[in-house]
Design a binder for this molecule. Structure first.
Ligand SMILES: NC(=O)c1ccc[n+]([C@@H]2O[C@H](COP(=O)([O-])OP(=O)(O)OC[C@H]3O[C@@H](n4cnc5c(N)ncnc54)[C@H](OP(=O)(O)O)[C@@H]3O)[C@@H](O)[C@H]2O)c1
Length: 249
C-alpha cells in the first residue's frame, strides 16, 4: 500500500492581502494561506474584530478602513512597504429589496460596493503585485436566475465576470479572477437569515446535488488554488455545490 507523501507548502514566502479578512470567507482564506506558508495582511472596518482575527492567524499587518472609500483603499495600498503577491476582496454585502421598497441611495451604494471596489482595488493594487499573483473578487450564483428582490444582486452577478475578464487583459501580467458562490455558511448568511438559518441549512442538505452545505473552507480552498495556479486569469469559478442547477434550492 502506498502512503501519500507530505507535500511542501504552496505559498511559501508569498504575501496575501485580504480586504474583508476579519470574518467568513476572507478569514478562512487567510487561515488557509497561512497553512500554505504565506504571510497575510488583513483589513476590515471593525477594529476589534480585525485585531481578533489578526491574532488568530498571526497576521503580519492590519488596517481598519471602509473599502468602499476609494481614498482609504488607495492609501492602504500605497502604505504597504513591500511587494505583495495576491489580493482577495471579500468586503461588501448584498442588497435585496422589492422595487417598490427600494432605497435608491442604498441600491447605488450596493452596486458601488462590488463594481467600483473591483475597479479601484485593481488599479491601486496591481502595481504592488509581484508577477504571477492574482486579484480575486467575489460574486454569487444565486442572482443569475431572475427573482423578486434580486435586481441589484443580479446587476453585480452579471457584470462582475465581464469586468474581471477585461481587467485581466488590462493589468496583465497581474492575474484577475472571480469566485461565484451560492449559499456559504458564514456570519453574513447567519445575520441575513436570523432564525431561519437552520431551516435553510436543512433545505440545502436535502436539495443540493452535493447533499451538504457549502462552508467558507470550500471557498478558501478554491481561492488558494487560484493563487497557486498561474494559468488562471480572467475567469469566473462557481463554488455553489450545484445550487444553481436545482430550481428552488
Ligand atoms: N456568504 C454567502 O452566502 C455569500 C454568497 C455569495 C457571495 N458572497 C460574498 O462573499 C463576500 C464575503 O462574504 P462572507 O459571507 O464571508 O461575509 P462576512 O462573514 O460578513 O465577512 C465579510 C468581511 O468583509 C468585511 N467588510 C464588509 N464590508 C466591508 C467594507 N465596506 N470595507 C471593509 N471591510 C468590509 C467584514 O468586516 P467588517 O464588517 O468589520 O468591515 C468581514 O471581515 C461578500 O462580498 C458576499 O457578498 C457571500
Amino acid at each position: 500500500m502506498t502512503t501519500p507523501t507530505q507535500r511542501p507548502p504552496e505559498l511559501p514566502g508569498q504575501t496575501v492581502v485580504v480586504i474583508g479578512g476579519s470574518s467568513g470567507i476572507g478569514l478562512e482564506t487567510a487561515r488557509r494561506a497561512r497553512t500554505e506558508g504565506a504571510d497575510v495582511i488583513l483589513t476590515g472596518r471593525n477594529p476589534e474584530r480585525l485585531e481578533q482575527a489578526a491574532k488568530e492567524v498571526d497576521a503580519r499587518r492590519t488596517a481598519a478602513f471602509d473599502a468602499t472609500d476609494p481614498a482609504a483603499l488607495e492609501g492602504f495600498f500605497q502604505s504597504l512597504p513591500d511587494p505583495i503577491d495576491h489580493v482577495m476582496v471579500t468586503a461588501g454585502g448584498q442588497y435585496y429589496a422589492l422595487l417598490a421598497d427600494m432605497d435608491f441611495a442604498q441600491a447605488r451604494h450596493a452596486i458601488d460596493e462590488h463594481l467600483m471596489m473591483a475597479l479601484q482595488a485593481t488599479r491601486y493594487a496591481a502595481g504592488k503585485m509581484r508577477p504571477g499573483g492574482t486579484l480575486l473578487f467575489m460574486t454569487g450564483t444565486g442572482a443569475r436566475r431572475p427573482g423578486i428582490s434580486l435586481s441589484i444582486a443580479a446587476i453585480a452577478a452579471a457584470a462582475m465576470p465581464a469586468l474581471v475578464a477585461n481587467l485581466a487583459v488590462e493589468v496583465a501580467p497581474a492575474r484577475v479572477n472571480l469566485l461565484a458562490a451560492g449559499f456559504v455558511d458564514t456570519p453574513l448568511s447567519a445575520s441575513l437569515l436570523g432564525d431561519d438559518l437552520d431551516k435553510r441549512r436543512d433545505q440545502l442538505r436535502a436539495t443540493l446535488p452535493i447533499r451538504r452545505v457549502v462552508g467558507p473552507a470550500d471557498v478558501a480552498a478554491l481561492a488558494v488554488h487560484i493563487m497557486t495556479n498561474t494559468a488562471l486569469t480572467g475567469a469566473t469559478y462557481d463554488v455553489d455545490g450545484g445550487e444553481q442547477l436545482v430550481p428552488g434550492a
